[in-house]
Design a protein around this ligand. Structure first.
Ligand SMILES: Nc1ncnc2c1ncn2[C@@H]1O[C@H](COP(=O)(O)OP(=O)(O)O)[C@@H](O)[C@H]1O
Ligand SMILES: [Mg+2]
Length: 561
């Protein structure tokens, strides 16, 4: 090695000949793991995730109640075809190429808005993966509902990161929505907690307004019906809060602003900066705030950011946050998880890192079909043994299936002393813990966007919210336990009643049956079971809800098997 190196002296000029530029498409082609497209099972789930989140985003913006159909076909070993169809606004012939065949292109770029997509690498990343692993284009059918729909095939030219559209043709029908069909090799379909079905199930729980139909490679059809017809209000783009920006942000924003003065730039383009704050900022900086923002230098921007750190601003407004809502989470969990008891909570918005509003929603479902059976699937048996706790994590309603150990939600759940809440062994309890973290800026731990960073304020809020729900669940669990104990005692006493009644009847010469009835009544009143016994000795009901609804969801959303 060393000798070889000595022989050829590498000069700057020689290296310059090697100098190349890469397009983002080429970059992601080599770094597909950055898009979450790695691991055979994970890749397939991520593809489903990208398409579904796009459909939900598009429907939400267009105020349409989403109806999404997902179909996965096995074409060969580790070779699958995914078809996703929605009833959203569709794409036009002009936009379809860039939307699905160009990386870092999209309508959601650089907006501080609570949406699922953001970077413009989701659907287009999938297009690239399809062509990388199968050499095939993705097939698209799109329609805006006005006039004829069209079909085409799309690939990406990785050298230029430009879409290549082929076979564009009008269809003889009207259709509103988007259908994408793509093939992938080197992927695997599994019905595990990290598989597409579980992803869809959780998406359905967190999006009660969506109807999602899934056809598995085995030919099973599973329908997750909507439990709400309320379309979440369109998310609002937020201005950055001064406490959350960097010098680079300020410089970039200053160079793009429409404002003519730095003062009006600060007032218009940031949240919570008024005249009083401006006066204070002026005192901290060495230049005149009437300056043209286009001419703002790096060091001046640095002075502004330092001033931001010294001034106390009102907390950012939480206008842009769109929680699901307690009642809707409850209905959703009742319909899809089918537990015996549910408690839900939507907390008030809080702020992390000084500048980003966030909100936490919790649902705890206990008993019934809550939890996961130890074979890895969601629970489908009545038997409580072999059932483990299920932690469902969501960021802005999108399920997080991977990197659980790194996530603030998992850490918060495990940091709680569950024994205090009557849960003796959290791992082996039929509990489904639902947590939705909402923010216009989710502090993900990495580019895979699967885990939330454990910022102090985030952890504290998660813990508080979990404890409130745990306390309510504890009351239910202890009431249930006490009742089970009383029933056991009742059964024990009942065993002796015939003998005692017989003996008493001999002594008193009274009717044996009547004595037995009286003794039974005595046992029930002593054990405080008489009222319940009158109603029915069946299980306790879902708190305040009729259990019919739960039973109805069973056929539809419950798992087959
Ligand atoms: N199902 C769909 N319906 C309408 N528009 C879509 C759909 N899927 C994707 N798009 C458009 O394509 C763009 C790029 O999508 P994507 O690559 O996933 O990036 P992102 O979702 O981060 O913007 C989106 O911003 C959106 O404008
Ligand atoms: Mg997307």
């Amino acid at each position: 090695m060393e000798r070889e190196l000595k022989k050829e002296i590498i000069t700057g000029e020689k290296l310059a000949k090697e100098f190349k530029e890469h397009s983002v498409a080429e970059f992601f082609k080599k770094n597909r793991q950055m898009l979450g497209l790695y691991g055979k099972v994970r890749t397939l789930t991520t593809v489903v995730h990208e398409y579904i989140t796009n459909s939900l985003d598009a429907c939400e913006e267009a105020r349409i109640l989403p109806e999404i159909e997902v179909k996965i076909d096995e074409l060969g070993p580790e070779y699958y075809q995914i078809t996703v169809k929605d009833n959203g606004p569709g794409l036009t012939k002009e936009t379809v190429g860039k939307a699905l065949g160009k990386l870092l292109a999209g309508t959601k770029f650089h907006r501080l808005v609570q949406m699922r997509g953001q970077q413009g690498i989701g659907a287009s990343g999938c297009t690239m993966l399809s062509q990388m692993t199968t050499g095939k284009a993705i097939k698209v059918i799109s329609g805006t509902g006005k006039g004829k729909a069209f079909a085409c095939e799309i690939t990406i030219d990785p050298k230029r990161n430009e879409p290549k559209i082929e076979n564009m043709r009008d269809l003889d029908r009207n259709f509103r929505g988007l259908m994408i069909q793509a093939r992938f090799k080197g992927v695997l379909y599994r019905e595990s907690v990290m598989g597409p079905l579980e992803y869809i199930r959780r998406t359905a729980i967190a999006n009660p307004h969506a109807k999602i139909t899934f056809r598995s490679p085995k030919g099973e059809k599973i329908v997750f019906n909507r439990t709400s017809t309320y379309i979440p209000k369109p998310p609002k783009a937020m201005k950055p809060h001064p406490a959350g920006v960097t010098v680079d942000d300020v410089v970039t924003m200053a160079h793009h602003t429409k404002a003519k003065k730095v003062s009006s730039f600060l007032k218009n383009d940031f949240e919570r900066i008024g005249d009083t704050a401006l006066e204070k900022i002026q005192k901290f900086v060495s230049f005149d705030l009437n300056k043209d923002p286009k001419k703002l230098t790096w060091s001046e921007a640095e002075q502004i950011v330092n001033a931001f750190r010294k001034i106390k601003f009102l907390a950012p407004s939480a206008d842009g946050l769109r929680p699901i809502g307690e009642e809707r989470i409850r209905k959703s969990l009742e319909s899809i998880v089918q537990p015996e008891y549910v408690v839900t909570l939507t907390r008030q918005p809080k702020v992390y890192a000084g500048g980003y509003p966030f909100q936490v929603e919790i649902g705890i479902a206990y008993g019934g079909k809550a939890g996961i059976s130890t074979n890895g699937n969601s629970k489908s048996q009545e038997d409580e043994s072999g059932v483990k706790v299920e932690i469902m994590r969501f960021a802005n309603r999108a399920p997080l299936l991977f990197d659980a150990g790194n996530c603030a939600i998992t850490k918060a759940v495990h940091s709680i002393d569950w024994k205090r809440y009557g849960v003796r062994d959290l791992e082996n309890t039929p509990l489904t813990i639902f947590v939705n973290f909402i923010s216009v800026h989710v502090p993900y731990t990495g580019a895979g966007k699967q885990a939330i960073a454990d910022e102090d304020e985030v952890m504290e809020e998660l813990r508080l919210a979990l404890m409130v729900c745990a306390r309510k669940t504890a009351r239910y669990i202890s009431a249930k336990r006490a009742e089970i104990e009383r029933r056991m005692k009742r059964d024990m006493f009942y065993k002796y009643i015939p003998e005692i009644a017989e003996a008493l009847s001999k002594i008193t010469k009274k009717d044996k049956e009547k004595i037995a009835k009286k003794l039974e009544w005595l046992v029930l009143t002593k054990l405080k079971l008489e009222k319940k016994e009158e109603k029915s000795s069946k299980e306790l009901k879902v708190e305040g809800k009729d259990s019919k609804k739960v039973a109805k969801g069973e056929k539809i959303a419950g798992k087959s098997g």
